[in-house]
Write a protein that binds this ligand. Structure first.
Ligand code: ADE
Length: 235
């Protein structure tokens, strides 16, 4: 297959409904990863879970770019809200993303900056962004914003500890893979968008909300990805 759109999520639930509705032509296995290749909304796709966190997400994104002719990446799933105006069920389309746990400030670098590079905020693809933001959620808002990524599930304690860097980075939502995927995609010149449903407010109830919300993530990811694939989009 040529011109493949990669649809990725960290957890199986985040992509399961897409797998259910796609036409699977081939199943690839690599270590513990399963990659479903086929068509969805008449577009060539591969759909897979990357696993949780920046290492798994980076490793897997580079692997699929090397193995398949990927022409764009859609990463979807859940996020915790940091911005006051975001509520559970809302959808955030990332304008840019940054690693909030990249902290080499002791050596004079900025929070989020990869040392000895200019890489800090990683922008998503403009055409994919413009297409995604036109999605109409049923009773929830669809907003654009900045996503912070780090290898921490943020609950009340981490919010308190990390509050000042979250404010400095002006993050709207927090999750554990987006900035890594967006950076690997950018380095490989592959257009990428990250879209997340807010499952929690990164506070004391975050874990409970997250687990309750996982099945809804599946439904939302399915609808948003379907919207993107059926819309006119240059990429
Ligand atoms: N994904 C969903 N909620 C999250 C949170 N509170 N922290 C990190 N990743 C998340």
């Amino acid at each position: 297959m040529k011109n493949i759109t990669a649809i990725l999520g960290a957890m199986p639930e985040e992509v399961s409904k897409i797998v259910e509705h796609m036409n699977v032509l081939k199943e690839h296995k690599w270590n513990n990863f399963t990659i479903y290749e086929g068509t969805f909304e008449q577009v060539n796709v591969i759909v897979a879970k990357s696993g949780v966190g920046k290492v798994m997400a980076s490793l897997f994104t580079q692997y699929i770019i090397d193995k398949f002719p990927i022409n764009r990446i859609i990463f979807t799933g859940l996020a915790g809200a940091l911005a006051e105006n975001l509520n559970i069920g809302d959808i955030i389309v990332a304008k840019d993303l940054v690693q909030h746990d990249m902290d080499v400030t002791n050596l004079g670098f900025q929070i989020g900056q990869i040392p000895y590079t200019d890489i800090r905020f990683v922008k998503t693809d403009n055409d994919l962004f413009e297409t995604a933001i036109k999605y109409k959620g049923n009773s929830h808002q669809v907003v654009c914003g900045r996503i912070l990524t780090g290898d921490t599930f943020v609950t009340h304690e981490q919010q308190l500890l990390l509050k000042s860097r979250f404010q400095e980075l002006k993050g709207d939502a927090v999750e554990m893979e987006g900035a890594a995927v967006a950076l690997v995609a950018q380095i490989n010149n592959v257009p990428c968008i990250v879209i997340r449903t807010i499952s929690d407010k990164a506070d004391g109830s975050a874990l409970m909300n997250f687990n309750e919300f996982l099945p809804i993530a599946s439904e939302n990811s399915y609808k948003i990805v379907s919207h993107i694939l059926t819309s006119p989009c240059k990429n």
